[in-house]
Design a protein around this ligand. Structure first.
Ligand SMILES: Nc1ncnc2c1ncn2[C@@H]1O[C@H](COP(=O)(O)OP(=O)(O)O)[C@@H](O)[C@H]1O
Ligand SMILES: [Mg+2]
Length: 257
């Protein structure tokens, strides 16, 4: 169910992208309202990551339009989109492994506030308190002094979430934020993201292949299949959708409890 007044944060119209002969994103329409926690699901190769890359400006699209808070953003680069409030994380972890957990977040805050060249204050102290607030929020405060490269895998994903939050986004796109995690930790990190979305009035669009996690946290689900939207609706609607059961949930479909 769309929340609040239903103002659209993200709107995608007729989006297409091909790689050689592969139509990775094949005419996708998508509308995400403010405050939503939207899951994009679909089998491997459905086009989820490509769709994220097009929206975040990491890849140019072939045709179609993308609107962020009512403004056309097609062709804008990721740093500009980030300044406007659109942040994303990657399926593959992208932290600075040799910096401490705290320094990673401080660096992200420095970048966001564009003070790379402040020579008069030791970088070590810059945004320290703000960084600690973010680390606390994702449950990593006690890991602050550790080199981020030695953090447990799940903690590195939490750190990525903190890095994305450092840019104070209005829309956060998370591509498989729980990849490589144990099931319990998956639920934890998504519950954390859901809590942050509510507190910070964030809109979150995420991909996730663990259906239990998707059905537990998403309020709306979009199903991609071969680059196109196959179905969209509430978890109950999507679960009952015959095409979704056929091409995607198939053997995983569970009887209603
Ligand atoms: N950089 C690329 N070059 C060529 N083909 C790609 C590239 N990225 C993705 N594809 C292809 O596009 C399709 C969609 O991939 P992807 O968006 O990664 O799907 P998903 O994230 O849903 O698993 C797949 O067939 C994939 O092989
Ligand atoms: Mg992917």
């Amino acid at each position: 169910m769309a929340d609040a007044d239903g103002a659209l944060v993200l709107q995608v119209v007729g989006l297409r992208k091909h790689f050689g002969g592969v139509q990775a994103v094949n005419g996708v329409d998508l509308a995400v309202s403010e405050g939503e926690l939207r899951a994009i699901i679909g089998p491997n190769g459905a086009g989820k990551t490509t769709l994220f890359n097009l929206i975040s400006g990491d890849l140019p699209h072939d045709s179609g339009q993308i609107y962020f808070r009512g403004e056309q953003i097609s062709g804008l680069m990721p740093p500009e989109l980030c300044r406007r409030g659109l942040a994303r994380t990657f399926q593959i972890t992208s932290i600075f492994r040799r910096l401490t957990t705290l320094e990673n977040v401080q660096t992200a805050l420095l970048t966001h506030h564009r003070r790379h060249h402040d020579l008069f204050r030791p970088a070590r102290r810059l945004y320290r308190d703000e960084a600690m607030v973010l680390l606390d929020r994702v449950g990593l405060a006690d890991q602050a002094p550790k080199p981020s490269g030695i953090l447990a895998h799940g903690d590195q994903r939490r750190l990525e979430l903190a890095l994305a939050l450092a840019s104070e986004p209005q829309l956060l796109m998370l591509d498989e934020p729980t990849a490589g995690m144990a099931p319990r930790e998956r639920h934890e990190i998504m519950a954390l993201a859901a809590g942050i979305a509510t507190d910070a009035r964030l809109t979150i669009v995420f991909t996730e292949h663990d259906m239990d996690v998707v059905f537990a946290v998403a309020r709306r689900i979009t199903v991609l299949h071969q680059g196109a939207v196959l179905a969209e609706g509430t978890p109950v609607e999507v679960r009952a959708h015959p095409e979704v059961q056929r091409v995607y949930l198939g053997h995983r479909a569970k009887p209603a409890r």
